[in-house]
Design a protein around this ligand. Structure first.
Ligand code: FES
Length: 148
């Protein structure tokens, strides 16, 4: 098998990164490179899991105390855009009361990730839906569990 010189590979990688930044914007690119809030939470108060029509699954984990989201994280098997969208959803939810977090939708996420191409907007709606499922899950299951 032919081996390419390191500088060729480095230049190619740099070119791919530059093209990705141009297409997706700085915010998406940086979250794709270093996803903040990524990871499954083992002791979450609530989990929202949704599989989109594209076949990718988004999971949002919430740690809740006193009706407030103390901590949020996400996990996805999806594309780079879904990683960026999950990261924003978790960041926006952190520290919010339920009524505030309930207002986080796909458009809110797209507003943060300026420049996400239209054909990938569904990734933002998937992340928002998973967040809303997690909130509803806690409202109907988690709050009952606390009553015991
Ligand atoms: Fe499926 Fe992005 S393509 S979530």
């Amino acid at each position: 098998m032919k081996k390419f010189p390191d500088d060729f590979v480095d230049k190619l990688q740099e070119q791919i990164f530059e093209e990705s930044k141009e297409t997706y914007g700085e915010e998406v690119f940086s979250r794709w490179q270093k996803p903040r809030f990524m990871g499954r939470m083992t002791d979450a108060s609530s989990v929202g899991r949704v599989t989109g029509t594209c076949g990718d699954t988004m999971e949002i984990y919430l740690r809740i105390r006193d009706e407030k989201i103390q901590e949020a994280s996400f996990f996805t098997d999806g594309c780079g855009s879904s990683v960026a969208c999950g990261s924003v959803a978790a960041e926006l939810a952190t520290g919010k009361e339920f009524d505030e977090a309930g207002l986080i939708g796909g458009d809110t996420i797209l507003g943060v990730l300026k420049g996400l191409p239209e054909e990938e907007h569904h990734c933002a709606y998937l992340a928002a839906e998973a967040l809303q499922v997690a909130i509803h899950e806690w409202m109907f299951q988690g709050s009952k569990a606390e009553e015991k």
